[in-house]
Design a protein around this ligand. Structure first.
Ligand code: NAD
Ligand code: TYD
Length: 352
């Protein structure tokens, strides 16, 4: 069994994970993705013709398809990225979040359990179901609170984080009840290449270069803990290889930043690498807009467990990662142009 099943591998983090995996590991990747607005095969264009990459368009909620994929490919592991992932969209329309994040994960767990039950003892022992989750399940912190550890009580506040919390609980229950060898990772905010420009960092880069306002929700003092996406990918590989079955690992880069600081940093790097025609700073485009309902004030990840147990630590600091990211967007304006047509325009009109 030298194949892994990756779900949501055409999205932001999933595609970065698949690209890294196939540059480093020998296992084939079966990449199952529904190709919603957030999934984009262009992210995987460099794998065209690579015999180790098998793309399948489909839904994690499709039990028949899952059964066929498991029996055809006999994967040794599943890495579940597939999800609806945007908090603002979950406020406008939570139904898809319930469907994919909860019902979809449940369907995937059921298919995995049936497949796992049919494996021999060795196959059963070595199989892993790795569920990729978020720090947002833990709720919001006050400025002086300690960072989230794995034992922090779940207190999700948005339909997105509540649906992810529900999926985490299902994954946990499948281990405790059925013995399925699961691992769960809860990561902080990611940034880097192939990030869909509905999220803060790529949206600000895209709007800045398009001469549009840079929207700051509320006072801009909400704090997020930022991790370069390739460091997330390396952490997942580490947990998959050596994580203790049934355990949760928090993943983060110890990079807490208020949103306004992030936007100022982006503007300064853009001022240097791609100055405005009028030589003024991109900061001129900053605009304060109505706050997000129920906006979580602060997230912060305590990543000491994964460091202590598995020796993982991030390679990038925020300063190195954010510069690489801006450079990537400047060099890939065609990618941005392609993903910001059609349904993206409808979203921007609804949201701002
Ligand atoms: P994304 O929205 O960019 O990508 C999600 C991918 O899943 C897309 O390719 C989409 O087509 C696919 N998908 C959606 N519904 C599907 C379904 N029913 N069946 C199959 N595929 C489906 O999301 P992302 O930012 O790459 O996040 C990936 C995972 O990581 C999510 O589970 C998210 O909760 C988690 N996470 C994200 C962050 C972050 O900062 N983006 C941080 C921590 C954890
Ligand atoms: P986002 O990238 O949507 O990630 P999340 O909500 O999962 O943390 O938002 C990051 C932070 O930036 C969050 O506090 C909301 C804020 N934000 C803005 O101020 N303006 C924007 O246009 C967006 C998309 C987000």
């Amino acid at each position: 069994m030298n194949k892994i099943l990756v779900t949501g591998g055409a999205g932001f983090i999933g595609s970065n994970f698949v690209l890294d995996w196939l540059s480093l590991e020998k296992d084939d990747v079966i990449n199952l993705d529904k190709l919603t607005y957030a999934g984009n095969l262009e992210n995987l264009a460099s794998l065209n013709g690579n015999p180790l990459h098998h793309f399948v368009r489909g839904d994690i909620g499709d039990a028949e398809l899952l059964k066929t994929l498991f029996s055809e490919h006999q994967p040794r592991a599943i890495v579940n990225f597939a999800a609806e992932s945007h908090v603002d969209r979950s406020i406008h329309g939570p139904a898809e979040f319930i469907q994919t994040n909860i019902v979809g994960t449940f369907t995937l767990l059921e298919a995995a359990r049936a497949y796992w039950n049919g494996l021999d003892d060795e196959g059963k022992k070595n199989f892993r179901f790795l569920h990729v989750s978020t720090d947002e399940v833990y709720g919001s912190l006050a400025v002086t609170d300690p960072a989230f550890t794995e034992s922090k009580q779940y207190e999700p506040n948005s339909p997105y984080s509540a649906s992810k919390a529900a999926s985490d609980h299902l994954v946990r229950a499948y281990h405790h009840t059925y013995g399925l060898p699961v691992l769960t990772t809860n990561c902080s905010n990611n940034y880097g290449p192939y990030h869909f420009p509905e999220k803060l960092i790529p949206l600000v880069i895209h709007n800045a270069l398009s001469g549009k306002p840079l929207p700051i929700y509320g006072d801009g003092q909400q704090i997020r803990d930022w991790l370069y996406v390739k460091d997330h990918a390396s952490a997942i590989r580490c947990v998959l290889e050596a994580g203790r079955v049934g355990e949760t690992y928090n993943i983060g880069g110890w990079n807490e930043k208020p949103n306004l600081d992030v936007v100022h940093t982006l503007c300064s790097i853009l001022d240097e690498l791609s100055p405005r025609a009028d030589a003024k700073s991109y900061k001129e485009q900053i605009t304060y807009v109505t706050d997000r309902p129920g906006h979580d004030r602060r997230y912060a990840i305590d990543a000491s467990k994964i460091h202590r147990e598995l020796g993982w630590k991030p390679l990038e600091t925020f300063e190195t990662g954010i510069r690489k990211t801006v450079q990537w967007y400047l060099e890939h304006q065609d990618w941005v142009k392609n993903v910001t047509s059609g349904s993206y325009q409808n979203w921007v009109e609804k949201q701002y």
